[in-house]
Design a binder for this molecule. Structure first.
Ligand SMILES: Nc1ncnc2c1ncn2[C@@H]1O[C@H](COP(=O)(O)OP(=O)(O)OP(=O)(O)O)[C@@H](O)[C@H]1O
Ligand SMILES: [Mg+2]
Length: 454
């Protein structure tokens, strides 16, 4: 008989204590400790690889991962050229963002090309999924739908059907009967994920697990889940906006800097292979406070419009609101502008928005953001025709070079831009292909070259 063990687990962070505590000592959450009873056997992490003597690294055969084509290029890209056989992937995102839609579409494609696929839903009935499938025009005879939440029954069905790909929608609805705590609790999520990992690795089945996020956008459940899986994807975007961005947070089989861009339509998610085109669709050039910038998302250059609105305020604490850009980056640029160009922002509310719902990371957009802020604050318009800006800004007001400037210049030229303001040190590496490159070394020089004299 396995021994029974009782402990209290924080539902926010997974901290475990032998006695009940009002406040979690780890994450500081109040009333988050819940009693969990488990058998000692379930406490152990199963040895998924079996008993194996160590091998010398030079004697181990290396091999390429076998990958499935998901039929969706944008998804293949974020996974690193397709879904690796036997891999475990976690996908998280806000409610209604389109997780089930994306997975149903890709499972249909995999079912048509590679073998049986089992879509397990604990949230929707078979009829509900069928309705969505009809809307998405999904009809592979190799795609099986199972509405089930008991992991042991799911396991039985997997043994019977023998699929190559299984989707669990979502991990928070699953439960193992041997654990007494409710579905979605830290120990259920952890144990179910462990079991799925073991199943995937021993049977060489690829698994996709859907996980919910908290209001703050964090993964609901223990963080240990992210360590366990091979790949973590995050599906982002505004529900009101039709664009959706799929981002890699972690990937054991590829880079984490790639993004996939989709548009939500009635017939499902449509991939957007040329994001610059859609992000710039409604851009009107030479508008006050608007600058187009070039950034690199993984191996792909993307052009996107950045808008700034600076308006005077009498408030003691002026507002700093940034959508799509890190607020600390915005504050840094504002400080450089105040100090180096003597432009006051202390009495102004500042709003910044990246058009299209893209979240910009990195420093590619610094120069463009600074120019958009100056344009709005001073009411100055860009004098250069169809211009884009790229460059990092240093604390001394210098414009620093960026990597892959040549690719951004190429993309700008392809998209019909006439002028690109780039760091002087990037100039030697870029080819002149129908677009005028304007090199700058400081922010002041950029302002003089971009705006007409007042
Ligand atoms: N008929 C329709 N036409 C266009 N878009 C639709 C239609 N029906 C649903 N959608 C879109 O699909 C989204 C829901 O997709 P989906 O169910 O895949 O999301 P989800 O991330 O799985 O949500 P949940 O967290 O609730 O499981 C809706 O928010 C809406 O944008
Ligand atoms: Mg769903």
């Amino acid at each position: 008989m396995a021994k029974i063990k009782t402990s209290f687990v924080c539902q926010e962070c997974g901290y475990e204590s032998l006695k009940w505590l009002g406040k979690c000592p780890d994450c500081g959450a109040w009333n988050s400790m819940v009693e969990e009873v488990k058998t000692q056997a379930t406490n152990k992490v199963p040895n998924i690889l079996g008993v194996n003597p160590p091998k010398c690294i030079v004697n181990i055969q290396s091999g390429e991962h076998e990958r499935y084509d998901t039929g969706i290029e944008e998804l293949n890209r974020v996974l690193g050229k397709g879904l690796v056989r036997g891999s475990l992937t976690l996908i998280s995102g806000a409610p209604g963002i389109g997780k089930s839609t994306l997975l149903l579409q890709s499972s249909n494609n995999i079912a048509e090309k590679h073998g049986k696929v089992l879509y397990v839903s604990g949230e929707e009935s078979e009829e509900q999924i069928k309705m969505r499938a009809d809307r998405l025009n999904i009809k592979s005879s190799n795609l099986y739908i199972l509405s089930e939440t008991n992991l042991d029954s799911i396991q039985q069905q997997i043994d019977e059907i023998n699929p190559v790909f299984v989707i669990i929608d979502s991990i928070q609805t699953l439960f193992k009967a041997s654990i007494t705590s409710a579905p979605g609790s830290v120990s259920q999520v952890r144990e179910c994920a462990n079991e799925i990992m073991r199943l995937g690795k021993t049977k060489n089945i690829s698994f996709f697990i859907v996980a919910h996020v908290t209001k703050q956008g964090e993964l609901a459940g223990p963080r240990v889940l992210e360590h366990m899986v091979d790949t973590v994807l995050s599906f982002e975007g505004q529900r009101t906006d039709e664009f959706r961005i799929l981002r890699t947070v972690k990937n054991r089989f590829g880079t984490t800097s790639e993004i996939g861009v989709f548009e939500m339509k009635e017939e499902g998610l449509e991939q957007i292979s040329n994001p610059s085109k859609v992000f710039l669709e409604e851009t009107s050039f030479n508008q006050e406070g608007s600058i187009v910038i070039g950034i690199m998302e993984g191996s792909r250059p993307i052009l996107v419009e950045i808008q700034a609105l600076v308006s005077e305020t009498k408030a003691v604490m002026p507002r700093r609101t940034a959508v799509g850009i890190d607020t600390s980056r915005l504050n840094l640029i504002l400080a450089v502008l105040e100090k180096k160009l003597k432009i006051p922002f202390y009495n102004c509310d500042v709003y910044v928005n990246v058009v299209g719902g893209l979240n910009i990371e990195g420093t590619f957009g610094d120069l463009g953001l600074a120019l958009a802020l100056i344009s709005s604050a001073k009411g100055r318009e860009v004098k250069l025709d169809k211009m884009i800006a790229v460059g990092e800004i240093g604390l001394t007001g210098e414009v620093r070079p960026v990597s892959f400037a040549d690719r951004i210049v190429n993309e700008a030229s392809k998209m019909g831009f006439n002028n690109i303001v780039i760091p002087e040190r990037n100039i030697p590496k870029v080819k002149n292909n129908g677009i005028k490159s304007i090199g700058v070394t400081t922010l002041r020089e950029a302002v003089n070259k971009v705006f007409s004299a007042q």
